[in-house]
Every structure is written in C-alpha cells, then in structure tokens.
Write a protein that binds this ligand. Sequence first.
Ligand code: MN
Ligand code: MN
Length: 461
Amino acid sequence: MKIDYMSKDKYCSEYMRYLGLAKTERRSYAESVRLLKAKGFKEISTFKVLKAGDKVYRGYEDRTIMAAVIGKKKISEVGLKVVGGHTDAPRLDLKPKPLYEKGAHVYFDCHIYGGIKKYQWLTLPLALYGTVVKKDGTKVQVAIGDEPGDPVFMISDILPHLGYDQAKGKRDEFFPAEDLDVIAWSTPKKVSGEKVKGEKEEKDDSPKADKNALVAYLKKTYKIDEEDLLSAELEIVPAGLPRELGLDRELITGYGHDDRVCSFAGLKALINASDQVLDQTASILMCDKEEIGSMGSTGMQSSFFENTVAELIERQEKNARDIMVRRALEKSSMLSADVTAAIDPHFPDVDSTGNGAHLHKGVAASKYTGGTSKGGSSDCGPEFVAQIRDIMAKGDVKWQMAELGKMEKGGGGTIAQYMSRFGMKVLDMGTPMWNMHAPWEIVSKEDCYQTYRCYSAYLRA
Ligand code: MN
Ligand code: MN
C-alpha cells in the first residue's frame, strides 16, 4: 500500500507547535482532543454501535486518552493495533502547601516528578502551568512564563567564587532536592517608619518576606485562596518554546520530547490514516504517569486501556462478554512509542558498541529495555520483530535496531512491560535522542519524521 505521508517540513513544524503548547499532560490532552475532534473523532459515549470507519476517542481525567479508527474486522476476532506513548515529562511539581518565606522572599516549595539531574534545573527561566480545583469543583487554569511579557520563575544557585564546598560534593549531593524551590515573590514587607517608644536600637532591619502579598495577588488574579492550592496540580517546567538547533536547523531542542515526540507522531499517524477504512482497528494511547512508574488511575498499570477496549467491543457485539476482551487483547499488537538514547560522541563510555542508536538514522526499535539483566523488560519475540521489519520495508521507513546503552551502566523502561501482560505482542519503537530528561532535550528532525512514518505504516499495515 502506498502511503500518503505528509512532508517532513510540514510534520516537523506541526510537531514544534504542539510541543510548545503541550507543556503538561493536561495541555497535551486538550490539544490532542482538539485535533481529533477537528478530524471528526467523537467521544465514545456518543456511539451506541461502532462500525467500520468510525472515529472514536475516550479520555480519562483530562490526562490520558485512547483514540481509534474502527476497522472492517471485529476487534473481538482480530484484536487491534496500538501505538502507545506517554505525555507526562520530568519536572518539578508544587507541593500541596507550596508557599514559604525565607529571607526576604517567598518561594514555591517543589517536589521532583520523574528522573532528573537536579543541577540542570538551576538558574534557568521556568514556567508555571497547571490546574487549581476549588471546593465547588471549579477549575482555574494557570499558565505563566511562555507568553511575551510574562514573568518567569527560577531556582538560584551560588556563585562559583563561593561554591568551593558545593564543588566537592558528588553530583546528587551538591544541591539538595529540598532546595529545588522557585522564587515566587520578592517585594519585601512594608515596614512603617515610626519608631515605637522605648524600642531597642539593634532591632533587625533586614527586609522581610511578604507571603500575604503573594496570597493577595493570587486572590486578585485567579480568585483562589491559599487553601485552594491543596487541591492543585501545578507544574514547574522550562520556560520557552522549542527551537531549531544548529546552523543547518536539523535538530530540535525543546522541553518534553520524552515522550511527546512519539505521542504526537502516533496522533498524527492515526489522524492521517483515518480517511481510509482499515481491516484492523487502529488505535493510539497517550497516557500519563509513565515517568513515575505508570502508576495511578491515568497510568498504564491502571485498567483504563482494558476498560476502553471493553467499551469498544461492547459497541460491536450483540452479546459482549468479558472473554471477548481477553481474546481480543491476546490478538492485539503494539508499538510502545517511547524515546531511546542516541549515542553522544562526548560520552562514548556508555555506548553499547554497534548496538546503540544514532541521531539521523531513523526511528529506533528496542527489542528489550531494562538494565544489565534485561530486568523489567518484556523482551519482544523475534516473530513480531520480523513482522515489523517487513512493515517498515514496505512503508519505506528509515529505522534502526538499538539497545539503551552498555551493560552495567544503567537502564530504563517503558510501558511495554505493562501492555505485554495482556498477551499482546509489544515492541518498543521510538525516537532516539540526546539530553533525555534534561530541561531541554534534543532530537533530530529526520528521526521525528521517520517516527511518524513508522507509526503510519504500522497502523495501516
Ligand atoms: Mn519516555
Ligand atoms: Mn522518560
């Protein structure tokens, strides 16, 4: 089948636009729903019956989404194809009681989300995004730091001249996690000039922090009280939009490529495939909480995926039964759409000789993740790898087989292991990258584009 892929330039500029908007999983969700609806996808509860060609999606808690184009053959008979990625990314979350005063300043107290190198987050302009939910259920959206004229936030660091003690520490020691807090308000408390009679002269006259002024600002600007922050999901992320990198503009740097680069590729692949009626139902997952172990009701260890497949089958069968869901899952297959490490010539020590991914060599397949022992990986069987090789060849996709670094140097995991529990065939296949989990990650345009072609070819095969 000849596939009408969109052009590389168009694809990459659409991706950069999306990446700039989707700074959190909720924002990614909202933009994905908007793009799906624009292409005629409808929420699943609007369908009584699903037939070939129907475009459907099901969201959960504004953070996780599954979308599908219904195929000619029933899901209970042939299963479905899934491209599954995640849209959460490493960051700093505001703690439930985030406001505290230190010196003359008010800070947002932060908690690390996902695996970061702490030092990379110091002295960078940072943005604040999120949702505050009031007791009556009203949601207040916060987005500060990316619009022209917006203020930003920052974590300060000590000057090198006085950083001798700091420099002696190991990477993880030299800056305590509890100090990864951003400056939120710096105007000191106003003090009245009048001296109280009999007051001692040596009174501390250093400037004092003014938390009340910040609380008043929140009240005035967002109509929220300090107590409302108890029920909030507020995220500190790097400020700034994705940029082309290098004079040839062949790389893209931006926050959250992991894993919006694969999630968006899946979304575009499904949207572009939805004009055709396919044999097998094609679907995508854009899930949450991968960076903290796929936990929670919106993570891939939840029942969301199974429940959604059950909802689809229930709309295709007169007498839907649970066993149909189980059989369908066993007949299904998936590309676990997540990024992998590319070899960085400055760090040859972690390169798995001949088995590492390279930038510009296309989308990277990983038969297994895990560490030295493949621990925690689902280790895809060669039969499914062979099928994918065939699909990639027929779809004219540039791809490479790779593993994540040398043994005994570390390791990683994706959602593949959770999905393969259903008996599905699952292969990790995603964009190779540099700077993974850094505030600004790096991918190559060619690899982004080949990732999109890969998912397109797979969903239509
Ligand atoms: Mn990832
Ligand atoms: Mn990650």
